[in-house]
Write a protein that binds this ligand. Structure first.
Ligand code: ATP
Ligand code: MG
Ligand code: MG
Length: 548
């Protein structure tokens, strides 16, 4: 809303629009198609698209695909799907690889201006002359080749006459700069590799710094927003634009999102996928947008999360529980309340002789439209949660125990009269009597009970597999731990309950449906479901169990 304080990037944008520096705001979201997008990307997406939603102008989607080895069309497609799912539309779908001809021409222009040269030093030799942050570097022996010789060699590089690594093109800037990136950075390298879009047309590829700013400029991006790691790149970004005399895009940096108990680099997430430590990019434990979607997160909850964390200039660490708070808030209003018994034990009502009775359940008292009601079948054989019965009750136990009374949600008060054990001593059946006058909504029994438990009618129940999730890592900061981040994977991040019972209304669930399983959390159908076996994911528990 208007009353909310502007973040520092909005301030810059407002100033630039008010002063007339730019007429139209143009931003871009520039993912490299080398993996699936994650919640950190969602923050950048919300920021870039959010700015042009608020101030007009438009946002481009530009695939930053200048590294042929890591990039795939599968990733391009998933990234598009995820941005659309989050609720954003780009103006133009663009590829840095579409600019390879222009970028090549820019490189030639720098050579012609005496501002770039072909170097044939080895990587070690280049490193040896680079200097240190406190000591200047030294000039390469190839730094003063003639413009003609440079043009000739660069043409041969492009023509495929040399092997990988034999030659590189470097910008000729300042080997004594206090900014190491300004010490004659590499701008083109030879790589005989097939590119996901340009195939084998090219065997030289521009480095990130030579591609990114120029791509921004080609697209007339006014505000090129990136994360803080690129602060030191800004000088180089400006240098290329100035020397090439092209549209002056400007780079601004904000703090990347870091989340507790989460790793967020695509490279690390790819390791989890490749080493089968998760079931795929959309494993519901993954911080990817596709993983969150499969887990049951809504686009709205993710946008709300990005709004709440704001845009900072300094690195920080956000609690995973804030993301969970946002989905709980959304689902509290949006999800129907239903009954599912995750770890079932049989309850038999010995004095109930009415056959099957249709009870009425409220769908969602928190819904804006009241939520409506549904029919829930009830009879003398039910499933209840094993954990709702204690043979020897603890203090302040208000659920079932020998002789104790409890209310069955939407139904009657029952009293535990007896129970049956198998030869191993496990309770297999609980026998109760019910109070006919205690029907919910019409209770004249005068009996007060403190506990209410959920149940499912055995005859009508559907079976389901339930998947419960916990944090993927045991460490709050797996990236910062000693050794490999994978040593800190939580072995209990997934619990499968194969024999749950759900109320019959849930047979209609589709992948968009969201439910609150009463007392158990928010759940959604998983795409592994078949006609014979429904599978539900727990999106989040009802209460915050993560905080100590
Ligand atoms: P990763 O290492 O996770 O793949 P990246 O920055 O290399 O991250 P890109 O595909 O280049 O991934 O990112 C596209 C955009 O998303 C960039 O502008 C980048 O700044 C932004 N971005 C990436 N990670 C985060 C994050 N954790 N928080 C905020 N923005 C991010
Ligand atoms: Mg990147
Ligand atoms: Mg990366």
């Amino acid at each position: 809303s208007d009353e909310k304080a502007l973040n520092f990037i909005e301030e810059i944008v407002e100033n630039d629009l008010n002063s007339g520096k730019y007429e139209t705001l143009v931003t871009r979201f520039p993912p490299e198609p080398n993996g699936y997008l994650h919640i950190g990307h969602a923050k950048a997406i919300c920021l870039n698209f959010g700015l042009t939603q608020k101030y007009g102008g438009y946002t481009n989607l530009r695939f930053d695909d200048t590294n042929p080895v890591t990039e795939k069309t599968e990733y391009v497609n998933s990234q598009q799907e995820d941005i659309k799912w989050l609720g954003f539309n780009w103006k133009n779908e663009l590829y840095a690889s579409d600019y390879f001809d222009e970028l090549y021409a820019f490189a030639v222009k720098l050579i012609e201006k005496g501002l770039a040269y072909v170097d044939e030093s080895s990587a070690d030799e280049i490193a040896a002359l680079k200097g240190t942050p406190t000591e200047p570097g030294q000039d390469s022996p190839y730094r003063n080749r003639s413009i003609e010789e440079n043009l000739n060699l660069f043409t041969k590089m492009k023509a495929g006459e040399f092997a990988d690594g034999a030659y590189i093109l470097r910008a000729k800037i300042d080997m004594a700069s206090t900014n190491m990136l300004m010490r004659d950075p590499i701008i083109y390298r030879i790589k005989h590799a097939e590119h996901h879009r340009t195939g084998n047309k090219w065997c030289i590829y521009p480095m990130y710094d030579f591609a990114h700013g120029q791509s921004d400029s080609i697209e007339n991006i006014t505000h090129s927003i990136c994360t803080l790691e690129y602060v030191s790149h800004r000088e180089l970004y400006d240098w290329f634009i100035e020397k090439l005399e092209i549209f002056p895009s400007k780079q601004y940096e904000f703090a990347r999102l870091n989340l507790t108990s989460t790793v967020m680099s695509k490279r690390k997430l790819l390791q989890l996928v490749n080493e089968n430590l998760v079931t795929g990019w959309d494993d519901p434990r993954m911080p990817t947008i596709s993983g969150l979607r499969r887990r049951g997160f809504t686009p709205k909850s993710i946008r709300e999360f990005c709004e709440r964390i704001g845009i900072a200039k300094r690195e920080n660490l956000i609690e995973l529980s804030l993301l969970e708070f946002c989905i709980r808030e959304d689902l509290n209003k949006a999800a129907n309340r239903v009954m599912a018994v995750l770890d079932p034990i049989k309850l038999i009502i010995t004095n109930y002789e009415k056959g099957t009775e249709d009870l009425i359940g409220e769908n969602n008292p928190e819904a804006e439209d009241g939520g409506g009601t549904r029919v829930i079948p009830f009879s003398n054989e039910l499933w209840i949660e094993r954990e709702d019965f204690m043979e020897v009750p603890a203090k302040k136990w208000f659920r079932l125990a020998p002789g104790a009374m409890v209310r069955l949600k939407f139904a009657y008060i029952v009293k535990c009269e007896d129970f049956v054990k198998d030869e191993n001593g496990n309770v297999t059946e609980i026998h109760c009597s019910y109070i006919p006058e205690s029907k919910s909504g019409n209770d004249t029994s005068g009996i007060n009970v403190k506990g209410t438990i959920h149940w499912v009618n055995a005859q009508h129940a559907k079976t389901a597999e339930i998947r419960l999730y916990d944090r993927l890592f045991t460490s709050e900061t797996p990236d910062a731990e000693e050794g490999d981040f994978k040593d800190y994977l939580n072995p209990e991040s997934l619990t499968i309950l194969p024999n749950a019972f759900i109320e019959p209304a849930l047979a209609d669930a589709d992948l968009e449906s969201r439910y609150q399983f009463i007392r158990k959390g928010y759940f959604c159908l998983d795409r592994d479901s078949t006609d014979d076996k429904l599978v539900f994911n727990r999106t989040v528990t009802l209460k915050d169990t993560f905080k100590k």
